[in-house]
Design a binder for this molecule. Sequence first.
Ligand SMILES: Nc1ncnc2c1ncn2[C@@H]1O[C@H](COP(=O)(O)OP(=O)(O)O)[C@@H](O)[C@H]1O
Ligand SMILES: [Mg+2]
Length: 515
Amino acid sequence: MTEIESKKDGGGKVEPIHEPEVVGPSEVLREDVLEEYSLSRFQKIVIKSEYGRKRYLVIEPPLDENDIRIINRIKEIIEYKDESIPLDVLKDERLKKKYIEEETERLLEKLKVPRDKWDKVRYYISRDLAGLGKIDAPMHDDFIEDISCSGVGVPVYVWHIRHGYIPTNIVFSSEEELESIVYKLSVLARKMISVANPSIEGILPDGSRVVCNLGMVSLKGPSFTIRKYTRVPLSVADLIKMNTISAQLAAYFWILIENKKSLVVIGEVGAGKTTLSNALLGFIRKSSKIITIEETPEIRLEGYENWSQKITRESIREDVRSIDLFELVKTALRERPDYVIVGEVRGRESYVLFQSIALGHGGLTTLHADDVESAIKRLTSKPLDIPLYLVSLASAFVKVAKIVTERGEVRRRVITVQEVEALKEGEIVFREVFRYIPETDSIEMVGESIVFKKIAAEHGISIDELYEELSNREQFLAYLSRMEDLDWKRFSDLIERYHIEGRRLLEMLRGEGGS
Ligand SMILES: Nc1ncnc2c1ncn2[C@@H]1O[C@H](COP(=O)(O)OP(=O)(O)O)[C@@H](O)[C@H]1O
Ligand SMILES: [Mg+2]
């Protein structure tokens, strides 16, 4: 793992005693280092504010013309030899890396490269041949979520967790250079990109998603976008801590999920739909049979023994059959699951998913849509084409969004939770139960839950009893969100314990003075 040392604001600067209040040209013209950290011995990141505009700078060892000649020569020899490398070495990332290192070592010796240059040359060779070249640094920077390049001669942009969308000092200066990285990405994603098939979407070996285009589709030449895979799944406790949801909203989700009510999480790409879904799955009882169906393996449910994870398989060979989401959902239903989770609905499979919801299985899915109305529209028109009455069987639609504040801070918040109230005259009537209040940056319960009424009726308890349980669980979750180091698995373990001895746990917490 990369070790990240963070340093605030350009150290050692002496502040004048009387700073002028007004932001004058001197302020605007100042170049400030906002943040600085190292990813490795040869990769340093500096985030600067240049005349009020942020930039992400990758700082690597400087090269003179002679260095560049040496590096290119070694790269040429290794790449030229590539064809004679056994295929199993080429296909295995680790073997390939080792092979490149050994070859470099041999050539440094053979070409009589001065010793003091060795480290630097080794770094660049390995960065370019075993790594992803110019974009290797942001690929290894855990603060970076997205990397995108829209063409030749324009800066690559990154999405930084603390600074949002910012340009970098990485530029591909020729079409060949950019094309070669696009080819490399498509090979890593095991997709064939070509003139006949100039646009691909795939998954890199580390789980990151990539979209690549060759020059024919975009005017500025080839382009690519990488959405990086983040390693640690967030728990509901984390999301409460980050104020993405409130403890009360989390408790509401818990009651719905326990009662196998189904949720559809909507929002834009990168809003946090998958993250929220994965966190909510920690509310499922440990003994439940869970089936998850995805194109990209993103969902992680550690500690669930009765979980079967199904991944669609796209065949690149003609004699091997592709298995699509539709088929997977269909066969999944024969396995009598308690919960069916579809990573993201995109096609025919959504029909079967909603049928399974109709059969009383718990369901959870995400859908790319801006608001509830467009979600319904997407679900009921082609290619999804689900009958409205099936859509109306979902219990609630949850919208999550990425908000960038005036100060450039990035926040992810659940914006609204709307329950399906009724199907009237060919339209679904919604009731908003939770809503985000921007002024206070809080999520408030704004309406009485209809789903709660149904649950109370199903269990033969009064609605007041259910609201009391909501408040108990809210307290319990608020307590969990204040605990240190509560990862996804420990969180779901504690939820299970609550089901077994909730009353005792609550009494203990109250005894401790936890409100
Ligand atoms: N509540 C959150 N707080 C901070 N980061 C988040 C949150 N939710 C998601 N993320 C990060 O945002 C990125 C995109 O999230 P993801 O759930 O994959 O979005 P979506 O499924 O909507 O495209 C991931 O890197 C993830 O770690
Ligand atoms: Mg997603």
